[in-house]
Ligand binder design. Structure first.
Ligand SMILES: [Fe+2]
Length: 187
């Protein structure tokens, strides 16, 4: 594997991907791979599949420990921590849906009250820690984001990617796709 950014993604998932976030039932690695598979099965573009795989990498790419239960503050700004690194190494089509996926949850909870009922307890807790319902100004700002639609579909895969029974491939399955996205962004 020659691409340094792709190597780092694989290493981070191998070294830290077994941790669980709060009280979620799947590991970070399982969650990421399931989200990417849902994107792939939906016929999403390669950058959006990569965004689905990398959407929570901010939880594990830095030095911080994962919260061990929902009792902790679940707003760790993970979507912003990874943003600059994703932007430089994978481009805006990957980085922006990732940056917006937390706002997308707040948007959906605000415009679709029943959406909040579909969230896992941990996701509902982090929704409150991340700011809760959006104001009208926040809704307008979100709608004006060029990648808001991509962030909304990513959010749906994120919510579904918590299946304890699902069979998943190894993280290396995504190396070719990540390499294509990285090379396109850094060419
Ligand atoms: Fe997630």
């Amino acid at each position: 594997m020659k691409n340094k950014a792709v190597e780092r993604v694989i290493r981070v998932f191998q070294e830290r991907g077994n941790g669980r976030y709060g009280d979620e039932c799947v590991s970070q690695l399982e969650h990421a791979i399931q989200a990417a598979l849902l994107a792939e099965e939906s016929g999403a573009s390669q950058p959006l599949v990569a965004a689905a795989l990398l959407h929570d990498i901010g939880h594990i790419i830095g030095e911080c420990d994962l919260p061990e239960s929902d009792d902790e503050d679940l707003n760790d700004f993970h979507e912003e921590k990874a943003y600059q690194w994703l932007l430089v190494n994978f481009g805006i089509e990957v980085a922006d849906p990732v940056r917006l996926h937390v706002l997308a949850k707040r948007f959906l909870c605000t415009v679709e009250p029943e959406y909040a009922h579909s969230l896992s307890p941990t996701s509902l807790k982090s929704f409150h820690d991340q700011g809760g319902l959006m104001s009208n100004d926040e809704l307008e700002s979100f709608r004006a984001e060029p990648y808001c639609q991509e962030a909304l579909v990513l959010r749906r895969w994120d919510d579904l990617a918590k299946d304890e029974q699902k069979e998943i491939p190894n993280i290396e399955y995504f190396v070719p796709l990540l390499t294509v996205c990285s090379e396109a962004a850094t060419a």
